[in-house]
Design a protein around this ligand. Structure first.
Ligand SMILES: Cc1cc2nc3c(=O)[nH]c(=O)nc-3n(C[C@H](O)[C@H](O)[C@H](O)COP(=O)(O)OP(=O)(O)OC[C@H]3O[C@@H](n4cnc5c(N)ncnc54)[C@H](O)[C@@H]3O)c2cc1C
Length: 592
């Protein structure tokens, strides 16, 4: 028996391994399969459409309005829009840190990828005009309607789907990726995947924060394992916050109805502090609540920390300025997914009478603008490793526009499938380094084998609190240094002590959560280190000690790389193809 077989419970060989099964992962699978290679897709979920952010996605997928008019005949489009205007809006929204080569591909490919979805059977429910977009571009396709179609389409191919499985590390040999290892929750097996190309489609890292809109699988695993294997990351100082979730009651904490009733633009709700001040006038007097989501989150958090919020820790969202019959009509025209059945809740039971009372709202971790650095072919800096969707950085710069993550996942999912398949076809057979595999196996099982130790739940809670208070929506140098010191201390002192109480390997959530904890701590450390270096405020990073946007010194991307296990940060000039940003210092939120 070879060392690989003796060290693993199951070995799967494939040309292309896709990690993550949702918007990016499914579209990667479908394109790779058409290229004639064998494909295996692994997911933490029980099936496709049962984990990750895509299925929770509210609504929109951005395509320029002109293409929507010409190719899809959608109502409500504006033909003054085109791909060049969409490109400019993305750069203004991303405060010019976006990689312009990627943005060009993104806006050009969006109509074709929407066409794929329609051809597979996805229905378009309407069109939105969200904040930050010059024209209506938000094609309404809720995740709950998208994912059943993708599931059906993917499962009609001969893909090998491996559910309930958490990939923990990437395997490398002679400077390239040759597969991955993970644990299968349903069987408890330690699994080895041998692959000529790996595509990471593992989504974001939002669970690092206590307030989040995202499901529990999103713990930054892809970015963390890519870093450990030697791939570069970009723009890690820009975790994004959504301005508007319920802080309370616990049953709906994190649900984003307050956002839909204000910045989301479904209804022109006002945001008020406890003194009744419509505070957005201090931040964006023209767009007010309908500003981009980065600015709105910063404004909300400023009120909350100045003790001008409500009893549950949020600011108020009020519809009282609207005539009663407009409020009555909410239920008529709002899609029932949003209002009546949101996340399985009938919101009517949780919403007060909106004609008389406001609701409380806090910002919440919602997305990660940065991530694994990719080129136009979705290749990372590590040969054999590709990435697509939210786990990557570069498309959105410092802040993503509404609806543009769905576009990202289908445009880049598709491309990653194509280029990873081409790479695999040209690749010779790969071999696994037995010594590396032994180490990875030992690391994976260590928390199970420790008899006594600390609980991951306590550490997770502590990490989230520090992240929220010192490395969240509002940051400053002192707080970031304190947070960094705490995360390093936890990583060095507490993490090696974590012990899992149940020693059963099957469906042991505590074990999986322990493995996720290391990833979240690593990503938080990257957030702190990159935020400390960026001495300005831009997009989703607001530093109270450096409140302006410094286009003289900081039109740069920060690149994170692995130097002997430690995080190294360097900066590089932004990638410009056609839009030159103004080279001057600007007030936060302004682009010119
Ligand atoms: C509540 C909510 C609403 C949103 N609404 C919108 C919207 O209306 N429009 C829009 O554009 N964007 C929206 N977004 C953002 C958007 O949904 C995501 O950015 C996008 O769906 C990400 O797709 P993805 O395929 O990259 O990742 P995900 O959909 O998050 O999928 C990640 C996959 O990776 C798997 N995975 C993770 N780690 C591992 C591991 N270690 N091993 C194996 N598998 C792993 C997960 O199980 C899952 O299958 C919303 C996000 C949230 C949270």
């Amino acid at each position: 028996m070879s060392s690989v077989e003796s060290l693993s419970d199951r070995v799967i060989e494939t040309d292309v391994l896709v990690v993550g099964s949702e918007g990016a992962g499914s579209t990667a699978v479908l394109e790779a399969i058409t290229q004639g290679v064998s494909v295996t897709v692994v997911t933490k979920g029980s099936n496709i459409g049962r984990s990750g952010a895509t299925v929770t996605g509210d609504a929109d997928l951005d395509v320029d309005s002109r293409s929507l008019h010409e190719r899809f005949g959608l109502k409500g489009t504006d033909t003054r829009d085109n791909q060049a205007v969409f490109f400019d809006d993305m750069l203004k929204g991303g405060k010019y840190l976006n990689n312009q080569k990627l943005v060009e591909i993104h806006v050009e490919a969006a109509p074709d990828r929407l066409q794929d979805l329609v051809d597979w059977g996805v229905k378009i429910d309407g069109l939105l005009h969200a904040s930050g977009h010059s024209y209506p571009r938000g094609v309404v396709i809720p995740g709950t309607k998208l994912m059943p179609v993708l599931r059906r389409t993917v499962l009609s191919t001969d893909v090998n789907l491996v559910p309930y499985t958490m990939i923990t590390e990437l395997l490398t040999n002679r400077g390239r990726v040759v597969g991955a290892v993970g644990i299968n929750g349903a069987t408890g097996e330690f699994m080895v995947f041998k692959a000529k190309a790996v595509i990471l489609c593992t989504g974001g890292a939002m669970r690092m924060y206590p307030y989040t809109t995202a499901p529990e699988e999103l713990t930054g695993d892809g970015s963390a394992m890519a870093f450990r294997a030697g791939a570069e990351l970009v723009d890690m100082e820009f975790p994004m916050f959504l301005p508007g979730v319920f802080p309370w009651p616990p049953a709906v904490k994190g649900v984003d109805i307050p956002f839909l009733l204000s910045t989301g633009g479904f209804v022109a709700g006002w945001m008020l502090n406890k003194n009744g001040d419509r505070f957005m006038r201090h931040w964006d007097p023209i767009n007010l609540e309908w500003t981009t989501r980065d600015i709105c989150s910063v404004a909300m958090m400023t009120e909350i920390l100045a003790d001008r919020g409500g009893p549950h820790g949020g600011v108020y969202v009020s519809l009282k300025h609207l005539p009663d019959d407009v409020i009555d009509h909410l239920e008529d025209w709002m899609p029932p997914e949003f209002y009546m059945h949101y996340g399985g809740f009938n919101m009517r039971e949780y919403l007060p009478d909106l004609k008389r009372e406001s609701i409380e709202s806090v910002p919440a971790s919602h997305f990660f603008n940065g991530g694994i650095r990719i080129n136009e072919q979705c290749a990372t800096s590590l040969p054999g490793l590709f990435a697509a969707g939210e786990v990557t950085g570069g498309v959105h710069g410092a802040n993503r526009l509404s609806g543009n993550a769905f576009t990202e996942m289908v445009v880049w999912g598709h491309r990653s499938g194509r280029f990873a398949a081409e790479y695999a076809k040209q690749s010779p057979d790969v071999s696994i380094d037995g010594e590396q595999l032994r180490e990875m196996r030992g690391k994976t099982f260590a928390p199970l084998e420790r008899k006594n130790g600390v609980s991951q739940a306590q550490i997770r809670k502590k990490m989230q609190q520090v992240a929220w208070e010192k490395a969240g929506v509002l940051r400053d140098g002192d707080g970031l240094e304190q947070a960094l010191a705490e995360f390093v201390r936890i990583r060095e002192e507490e993490l090696p002590q974590v012990s899992v109480r149940s020693k059963d390997r099957v469906f042991n959530r505590e074990w999986a959560r322990t493995l996720e904890l290391e990833n979240m701590l690593l990503i938080m450390e990257m957030v702190c280190r990159t935020s400390i270096k960026r001495t300005e405020s831009r997009g989703a990073l607001y530093r109270r000690d450096y409140p302006d946007t410094d286009n003289i010194n900081w039109l740069k991307n920060q690149i994170v790389s692995n130097r002997n296990g430690e995080i190294s940060v360097r900066s590089e000039p932004i990638v410009v193809t056609r839009a030159e940003p103004p080279r001057k210092v600007l007030k936060y939120g302004k682009t010119e």
